[in-house]
Design a protein around this ligand. Structure first.
Ligand SMILES: [Zn+2]
Ligand SMILES: [Zn+2]
Length: 97
């Protein structure tokens, strides 16, 4: 099985870069207990437990484990669930006067 190649062909947008570690740090972080119980991380398909940290995708509000989000988003600037663009520019807007 060549899983990697099927993932590559699915990603048509070759010009998109993933997020940098700095940009990843700007994504909101929550703990599992702030979320609806039993919510699943779409990257690893595991439940996000109360004591685990998760990242929220701005805009669509999908959540992933911090490690899963960082791994995925450092490669693809899109939500793994709905493909919404994760735009780090949006994260700066709240800082504007
Ligand atoms: Zn996960
Ligand atoms: Zn999403």
């Amino acid at each position: 099985m060549r899983i990697a190649s099927s993932l590559a062909t699915g990603a048509k947008s070759l010009l998109e870069n993933g997020l940098s570690p700095l940009e990843l740090e700007k994504l909101p972080k929550v703990t599992g207990k702030e979320l609806v119980a039993g919510i699943e991380c779409a990257v690893c398909l595991d439940e996000i437990e109360n004591e685990q940290m998760a990242r929220v995708v701005p805009g669509c509000k999908h959540v992933f484990h911090v490690e899963c989000a960082d791994t995925w988003l450092s490669l693809h600037p899109r939500c793994q669930v709905c493909r919404a663009k994760v735009d780090p520019q949006l994260l700066n807007s709240s800082e504007n006067p």
